[in-house]
Design a protein around this ligand. Structure first.
Ligand code: NI
Length: 134
């Protein structure tokens, strides 16, 4: 099996908070990411696809198809957006890096070859990143 990976990037704003908690408790738990006026991150996304190399093409998957899929399903939906306000999935989910990674995985997975293993790594800052593989 071979893993191919495609890097992508989007900017987005968010606020981590629970409506049922006081502002003070939100700040205690979520720190600066709980700022009521929102704030942005430069998200770096890496999508990994693992599978057998097709003997005909020599590819696991055509990178152009993967690139277009990430653009349509992730970048067009999240880039320059307020995740809390504008992305439907985060109406009911706090847009932590963990939850964003899960949402991205769930957006991409239905379009993938079922025999391929999908994993996503999401950097919220250059030092903080999460990975999800289903
Ligand atoms: Ni934040």
């Amino acid at each position: 099996m071979v893993t191919i990976s495609r890097k992508s990037h989007f900017n987005a704003a968010h606020r981590l908070y629970r409506k049922d908690w006081s502002d003070q408790k939100n700040e205690n738990i979520f720190g600066k990411c709980s700022n009521p006026y929102f704030h942005g991150h430069n998200y770096e996304l890496i999508v990994h696809v693992t599978g057998d190399v097709d003997p005909e093409t020599g590819y696991v998957m055509d990178m152009k198809i993967l690139k277009d899929l990430i653009k349509a399903e992730v970048e067009d939906k999240m880039d320059h957006k307020n995740l809390n306000e504008e992305v439907q999935e985060f109406q009911s989910k706090i847009p932590t890096a963990e939850n964003i990674a899960i949402v991205i995985y769930d957006l991409l997975k239905p379009h993938m070859n079922p025999r391929h293993k999908l994993a996503v790594t999401l950097y919220e800052t250059p030092r903080n990143y999460v990975s999800y593989s289903g």
